[in-house]
Write a protein that binds this ligand. Sequence first.
Ligand code: PEP
Length: 257
Amino acid sequence: VVNRTPLIAGNWKMNLDHLQAVAFVQKLHWSLKDAKHDDGSVEVAVFPPFTDLRTVQTLIDADKIPFALGAQDLSAHDSGAYTGEISGSFLSKLDCTFVIIGHSERRQYHAETDEIVAAKVQAAIRHGISPVICVGETSDDLEKFGASAVPVGQLQIALEGVPADAEIVVAYEPVWAIGSGQAATPEQAQDVCAKLREVIADKLGPEAAERTRVLYGGSVKSSNIASFMREPDVDGALVGGASLVVDEFAAIIRYQK
Ligand code: PEP
């Protein structure tokens, strides 16, 4: 029996400063109050900008808000002369459970290669943080190679040298679906997520493949979340735009109800 707790992850990107973050998290928590979102049936994680993390950590802790915290990136290095970079050790001290690695916007605007992504995955694991490894094809890739070849290749490199017992999350995010309003179909998402699970099985073994959550991301909304969650190999969603609207994100979290 497959028993993976669904994960709904909100990637805020470069939105909401630390003051706005407080109001947002409080409102989201409030709007979920009657939804029993802390009964363990769905895990919720928010990924604010670095400068918000300490504030959100304090709020979550003080008000016992059942959201996990994640960062949007980290350095491949642990410390030293890397101006502007953030170490995994800093993130783990802020109770970050997760860190997004290899988001398409990092790959595209910051020239992050598969090798850099792999080094960052190692850094996250060194510091006890679960990497949320993002993979996905552009529309050009889709035309040339089909949907799965590029994300499968990206994941194979990202998982190089990862121990079998590492807690990781994989997010399939077709680049053409991110922020476009044009989500993949549930069947497309299922097909690629199943292939990504095969990569996990291949690299980390069948037990890891069975336990690891594979998310879909790309124009997820309250109106389409349930259709993705019905697919056997889709274990949650990485949500961008819709994670910034309290009622919409709350409705995504409550997809079962
Ligand atoms: C993302 O950036 O991870 C994402 C999925 O964005 P959106 O939900 O806005 O498409």
